[in-house]
Design a protein around this ligand. Structure first.
Ligand code: GLU
Length: 300
């Protein structure tokens, strides 16, 4: 891969609590990839999920990133300010007939899948069985869903720069997915695609817990007629129970007084071998060069 002058990458934390070690690893990976490409690194605050957003957490995350030497090249975008953009994309999809209202409750979906083959073992969430595809059958509308194709057209593959070729059958593994939730909030899948496209993001580097979402996002990009970025998903940090590290699963807060110690640990998790460094800048130069070599990013 040759360096791309137009490289634009991002770190997109959800402000559900302070930055923890798992999110530091994602932040560092995206930052190093942008640096290795001599590209632009941006931060987007994913506060679209109102009920999960913790007041003050976003500012705290930005402050911690700054202490760790990682600054957004442009003013951070806040999803809570992007209603007009999401509404516009939703209207575009609605006009093309891809979107339909759904009156099912979660309970109804679970029940209708109880003995069904569409229940996919790999997924924590259940594939939507298509109940309201052809009409609400007298139920009041709750959520709005994106219709996925049938047959071979539903199988989507992409090459992940870390994980290799990934294939997902949107019809059997996901089903028609939610764009606008029953509580009126925009779904993460729609917001992320619209935001990445509007920001001109060329390279997405994030945690592997989002691998399962990528095919849906590529499908949405195609339906909206926007470019698909390249993807790199770094392994997620799990606790002793195999759960993704998060505030809910007992992640301890980062020691913001010792950025080099925390960053060195994060770099090791990414398979890098940081030399003892006296400054953040020395640390970043060292690990950026290692990252560039590892991913064959030329021109350094
Ligand atoms: N906001 C998401 C999270 O914190 C990340 C979204 C993304 O990188 O696409 O898990």
């Amino acid at each position: 891969m040759s360096p791309q002058p137009g490289y634009r990458g991002r770190f997109a934390p959800s402000p559900t609590g302070p930055l923890h070690f798992g999110s530091l690893v994602s932040a560092l990976a995206s930052f190093l990839d942008a640096r290795a490409h001599r590209g632009t690194w941006l931060v987007r605050i994913e506060d679209v999920d109102g009920p999960r957003t913790v007041p003050g957490a976003a500012v705290e995350i930005l402050d911690t990133l700054g202490r760790f030497g990682m600054f957004s090249a442009e003013s951070p975008v806040w999803q809570s300010q992007r209603e007009v953009a999401y509404q516009g994309a939703f209207a575009q999809l609605l006009a093309t007939g891809f979107v339909f209202p759904c009156g099912c409750t979660r309970r109804e979906i679970v029940d209708s899948l109880a003995d069904s083959h569409t229940r996919h073992a790999r997924h924590a969430t259940l594939a939507y069985p298509g109940t309201c595809r052809n009409g609400l059958q007298g139920k009041p509308p709750r959520a709005w869903r994106m219709r996925v194709p049938d047959g071979d057209a539903a199988v989507l593959s992409f090459k992940d720069r870390w994980q290799g070729i990934q294939t997902q059958d949107l019809a059997s593994e996901v089903g028609d997915f939610v764009l606008k939730r029953a509580d009126g909030e925009w779904a993460y899948q729609l917001a992320v695609v619209v935001d990445d496209a509007d920001a001109g993001i060329t390279h997405i580097v994030r945690g592997a817990d989002l691998l399962d979402s990528t095919a849906r996002q590529i499908y949405l990009q195609r339906c909206l007629g926007v470019a698909t970025p390249t993807y790199l998903h770094v392994p997620v940090i799990v606790n002793e129970h195999g759960e993704k590290l998060s505030k809910q699963t007992g992640a301890t807060a980062l020691d913001t007084a010792a950025p080099l110690v925390e960053l060195t640990q994060a770099a090791k998790h990414l398979g890098l071998r940081p030399s003892p460094a006296g400054s953040l800048e020395a640390f970043f130069s060292d690990v950026t060069a290692q990252w560039a070599k590892r991913f064959a990013i030329l021109g350094r």
